[in-house]
Design a protein around this ligand. Sequence first.
Ligand code: ZN
Ligand code: ZN
Length: 285
Amino acid sequence: MRIDLHCHSTASDGTDTPAELVRNAAAAGLDVVALTDHDTTRGYAEAIAALPSGLTLVTGAELSCRIDGVGMHMLAYLFDPEEPALLAERELVRDDRVPRARAMVAKLNALGVPVTWEQVARIAGEGSVGRPHVAAALVELGVVPTVSDAFTRDWLADGGRAHAEKHETDPFEAIRLVKGAGGVTVFAHPAAGKRGRTVPESAIAELAAAGLDGIEVDHMDHDADTRERLRALAKDLGLLVTGSSDYHGSRKTCELGEYTTDPEVYGEITRRATGAFPVPGAGGA
Ligand SMILES: [Zn+2]
Ligand SMILES: [Zn+2]
């Protein structure tokens, strides 16, 4: 059984529509795929309508969080998308995406980069605008060779010259809200240092004590040593270990199913969740 628990669609900053994503997941030989767009659940209906038979969809989201000034992402699975408190928090975070992207454009202009808001909005298209769209504009302009090169301290990484703060959820609050909506939480790419400063292990221990369910260990931004260290930490703290592609379509370099999650861990996630059930494919449209 091949399980990929972290994928983005055009509902946020991926390049596949939700329907394309589930078709591509089936074509890649996956049995289970999670749709985890940034701070939104609006891709669910299209993904479910298009879900091929033989593929199971795990509904989720990747929540934008911040702890002690350090940005971090919290994957949330199988929560009730209508639960009002978590819904209100997602909306608060999402409404801030446009002002924040505009602030980054202004900072880039001040650094002499001729990026425009219109360019970033065009790249974002129907998706909720985010940092990867600003990064893609920098690639278009030839300022950096790849999107990854834009996620450095020189440009858009946390604390970088053109980075702008946004409203982000306190992760302890995120854990409380997701649990309140019947969901399960997994700290996404906790040691992805290229994106900026990372959260210390002591904070991961505090999050575990507050009810965090797991950490994403097998991820393209973690090298072999980092994975080994995180696996040991998860064992110490009694956390689940996941692996996933963090697929963004053609915008980033990781393929669907390049990293996967152990079926036993997946089973445990589905047992803990009470807000929603995995959706089995019915053939799709
Ligand atoms: Zn992330
Ligand atoms: Zn992601």
